[in-house]
Design a protein around this ligand. Structure first.
Ligand code: SF4
Length: 87
């Protein structure tokens, strides 16, 4: 938590009630811009997947997290540009 790039800015990571699709896209783009520079991205993502969290965690929204949980593990890293960008 101490190393999280989103520290103090969690309003970008959780949808307000009644959020429309366009607002969601903008909010998640802001969240993603923080996640891809975050030193704890992978740990955050795995935690959210494991605990079935809601919201934007580790550069994934709810739909992406659900889809990732359904994919075999060997396909997850290779197809993820956020992980590739971190090297
Ligand atoms: S990966 Fe994203 S959601 Fe997770 S701690 Fe970092 S900035 Fe926050």
């Amino acid at each position: 938590m101490a190393e999280a790039a989103c520290k103090g800015q969690t309003e970008h990571f959780f949808a307000p009630h009644g959020e429309q699709a366009e607002a969601r896209e903008l909010r998640e783009a802001i969240a993603r811009s923080m996640c891809v520079t975050c030193p704890v991205l992978l740990a955050c993502r795995e935690y959210a997947r494991r605990h079935r969290e809601q919201g934007y965690w580790g550069a994934e929204n709810d739909d992406q997290r659900l889809e990732a949980r359904r994919r075999p593990a060997r396909h997850r890293r290779a197809s993820d540009p956020a992980i590739a960008a971190q090297g």
